[in-house]
Design a protein around this ligand. Structure first.
Ligand code: FAD
Length: 149
């Protein structure tokens, strides 16, 4: 939450000055750690949803079950999705593994549009790609319906 947060804040100020209606959703600014493997997250953590008493469910998918990760021999990693237990709205997405820094953008888009885990799990993701791990984790969060597990 560094340069890209500052960029949003700069835009917010400029748009305020010229009388527009700017938008910043701080909870949906992704946090990224540029290590190897990469780490990326957006939204609530599991600790936060517990603390706030939000009913939630968890879905996850390991890279070792992902075709693209196996082909690239980057099998260390997983995607974890937290969704509201009743509405299925995605509350948080956490990733560790190859390309996590890029993949988190899809989670941000989904969450800005208040997508449910099932919404994402019904969208086509090209095969073989790392992004399939997000779809599979959403399938797992929806009703333990991951296809390739
Ligand atoms: C080497 C380096 C690499 C980085 N790499 C990354 C990266 O890869 N990814 C990433 O997300 N982030 C990265 N960051 C962090 C990122 O650059 C900062 O978090 C971001 O620039 C902060 O923006 P800001 O607008 O909040 O503050 P700043 O960019 O620090 O801007 C503050 C401005 O206020 C001015 N100022 C201070 N005091 C006063 C005063 N009293 N009166 C008038 N002006 C004042 C300063 O001169 C400065 O221009 C990096 C930072 C560094 C130093």
């Amino acid at each position: 939450m560094l340069a890209h947060k500052a960029e949003e804040e700069g835009t917010f100020i400029a748009e305020t000055i010229v009388g527009q209606k700017p938008h910043i959703h701080y909870r949906l600014i992704p946090g990224v750690v540029y290590t190897w493997p990469e780490v990326a997250a957006v939204g609530y953590t599991e600790e936060e949803v517990k603390q706030e008493g939000i009913p939630y469910k968890v879905g996850s998918f390991p890279f070792k079950a992902l075709g693209r990760a196996r082909a690239s021999m980057d099998v260390d990693g997983l995607v974890k999705v937290l969704a509201h237990k009743e509405t299925d709205e995605i509350l948080g997405v956490h990733m560790i593994g190859a390309r996590a820094a890029d993949m988190i953008a899809e989670a941000v888009v989904a969450m800005e549009f208040r997508a449910s885990a099932e919404d994402v799990s019904r969208m086509s993701h090209a095969h073989p790609t790392y992004t399939e791990a997000f779809k599979e984790a959403c399938l797992d969060a929806t009703d333990k319906r991951a296809i390739n597990m």
